[in-house]
Structure formats: C-alpha cells, structure tokens
Design a protein around this ligand. Structure first.
Ligand SMILES: Nc1ncnc2c1ncn2[C@@H]1O[C@H](COP(=O)(O)OP(=O)(O)OP(=O)(O)O)[C@@H](O)[C@H]1O
Length: 131
C-alpha cells in the first residue's frame, strides 16, 4: 500500500466536502505554477496588460475583454499541462504517434488562445491609444 509523507494512506477517492475540494484545487494551482515555466511567462504578460490597462484607463467593457483573454490563455495552458501529464502517464515517455498528435493538438489550443489574446489586446489597446 502506498503511504503519503505523513505515513497515512493517500486519498484516491472523492472529496468529502467543499473545503477539501478547494484545498486540492489550490494545491493544483500551486503545483502548476511551480512546475510550468510557461505559466510564469503568462503571469508576466497578464501583469503587463493589467498595468497598461490601468495606465490607459480602460472602459469596463474593455476590462471584460482583457480579463477574458487572460483567463482563456491560463485555461488553455492548464489543460495543455493536464494532457501532457496524462500522455506521459499512459505511454511512460515512450514514443507513440498518437501521443505526439495529442500533445501537438493540445499545444495548438494554447497557440489559438494566445492568438485570441493578442487580437483582443491589439483591438482594446489600439482603440485606447488611437482615440
Ligand atoms: N511520448 C511521446 N510520443 C511522441 N511524441 C512526443 C512524446 N512526448 C513528446 N512528444 C513530442 O514532443 C513535443 C513536446 O513535448 P511536451 O509537450 O511534453 O513538452 P513541453 O516542452 O512541455 O511542450 P510545451 O512547450 O507545449 O509545454 C510534443 O508536442 C510532441 O510533438
């Protein structure tokens, strides 16, 4: 039987209450930021966009678009990370053409989210600068 760091049987079943779910979700957030360098880069882009938005005194609808763009990129990065881990777990780092397809398509979803964020940023900040 596997034991965790405290010598207890690790949890593999469902969470028993909301706080336990929240604790695990926050743990997942921490693990993702600790292990994925791409996420830290995205945090910097998000902070720059927010700082520039404050400087430009954006309209609240523009803020909605910027917040949407930021969260879409983070969601895509998180799901890409999940896909990478799942594939590695399944094929144990052995080459498989389907593993390549899954990882490449998953990476493409991050690319698409980044293009969306760039378009939103260009429209919102372009409008703020030239008007
Ligand atoms: N088991 C595998 N079988 C086939 N191809 C693989 C496998 N693992 C990785 N690859 C190829 O290597 C690429 C990079 O792998 P992976 O996504 O794990 O690295 P990464 O550096 O974390 O990627 P990202 O920059 O998207 O975060 C994949 O897109 C895929 O083309």
């Amino acid at each position: 039987m596997n034991l965790d760091y405290n010598g207890k049987k690790p949890q593999t079943g469902k969470n028993k209450h909301f706080w336990q779910s929240l604790r695990h979700a926050l743990g997942g957030l921490w693990t993702a930021f600790k292990t994925e360098a791409n996420l830290l880069r995205d945090v910097w882009f998000a902070l720059i966009a927010i700082a520039f938005g404050i400087y430009c005194q954006l309209h609240y609808l523009d803020w909605l678009a910027i917040i949407f763009a930021i969260f879409i990129v983070f969601m895509a990065e998180f799901w890409n990370t999940v896909m990478e881990h799942l594939v590695d777990l399944l094929v144990d780092h052995q080459y498989h053409p389907l593993a390549k397809q899954i990882k490449d398509i998953s990476a493409a979803s991050v690319l698409i989210s980044a293009i969306l964020a760039l378009l939103i940023g260009a429209i919102v900040f372009g409008h703020a600068i030239f008007n």
